[in-house]
Design a protein around this ligand. Sequence first.
Ligand code: FUL
Length: 480
Amino acid sequence: MRTSLLFAAVLLVACSPKKTVQAPTALGPVPSESQLAWHNMETNAFIHFTTNTFTDKEWGFGDESPKIFNPSDFDPNQWITTLKDTGFKGVILTCKHHDGFCLWPSQYTEHSIKNSPFQGGKGDIVKAVSDAARANGLKFGVYLSPWDRNRADYGTPEYITYYRNQLKELFTSYGPVFEMWFDGANGGDGYYGGAKEKRKIDGAHFYDWPTTLNMVREMEPDVIFFSDAGPGVRWVGNERGLAGETNWNTITPDTLYAGQPGITDLLNQGHENGTAWIPAEVDVSIRPGWFYHAKEDSLVKSPEQLFEIYLTSVGRGSTLLLNVPPDRSGHFHENDVAALKGFKALLSNEFRTNVAAGASCTATNVRGELQNFQAGLLTDGNPETYWATDDDVTTASTEISFKEAKPVKYVVLQEYIKLGQRVKSFNIEAYSGGTWRPLASATTIGYKRIIRVNPGDAEKIRINITAAKGCPLLSNVEVY
Ligand code: FUL
């Protein structure tokens, strides 16, 4: 009798419908290796520096004399060590802004640092900054304004040759370059070699971007191209530090054109069914302007404002690109340095102890009931492991139990984006004193989502995935 029961049980297991046991496959567009590396950087700095710093302008007309560019105590190490100590992973320098003045001694123009009094015309700020960045473990990126208000040939094919020659100089002498920033501001009035007129260009065709990008890729295959619509990363649609609360890393680039109604919302939120992985980058300045102006010394964003921006950028699955403009001496102003230090202290304080590290987790569904997709992988600190459900399960819950009641203020969630962005909506609950209470509900997760909740104690939390494009894959949960 006992033997036949056992036999029947074995037979039942063998005949029961087969569970999904294969690893999940990619769903929709996925990030490239360099885009993944870019996501992991999380916070980068922008540095705006040119003749504008000396004229108190935001957009130089292009007629500024190189003679006015003369930082008295240029100290790239102060810039880079400040950024390093406050958590930045990369730095993007305005090698040439719209005024056309070059911070390196380009052989293709006289409108550069070589005709300034700075270091007797022998200085090279692009070299000094890229060297300092690399020496301190920060990646270096290049901003080279396509719009050039100095050049007489702006608007003609000769200008494109000039622009490409400058890219060659930058990528062959100062690389590796992790990101190339193509600014969308294009055409308008300017000096243009003395013509002093308004020039309009046909933004869609004048630059012949595909040829330029291919040329740059040959020199730097892993470079990430920023422009309004990518192809590496997209503009977030505002300069206030706000990624969309719903933030898809995907858009359909062919459907985007400047001036299109609703384009900023589209850039801000992405599109669930977009055809390409082009995540949003949040560029914002620590001051009202992009360049240094003494009159803005009292208007530097406070550590608390920077922390809020962190939550609305990195905390919404984006990368923060925070601009810190050096002053006329060639230093970061003390107010900016103090704000950055305060920001870093807030980050360290708010995210000091992850009470979910190593916590035990259960889930309503585990892919194939297999160990290598179990919920415990959410708290193992390994970004390469993830909790996964069966393919046909797109709503599921996981419970994370702490050894004792812990104060909860932030919940950090990460999707395993190597296989695509999936979660469309979720909510979080907390358990204490025998009851569950709702903490928050939100839409997308993506690379990272940081949810600030009403502070309170919890013995456990529950994350309910309420809608997803496919089986959800979560790699990480942290609780602070
Ligand atoms: C804009 C420019 O016009 C600003 O001057 C600044 O460089 C900002 C980052 O991008 O399009």
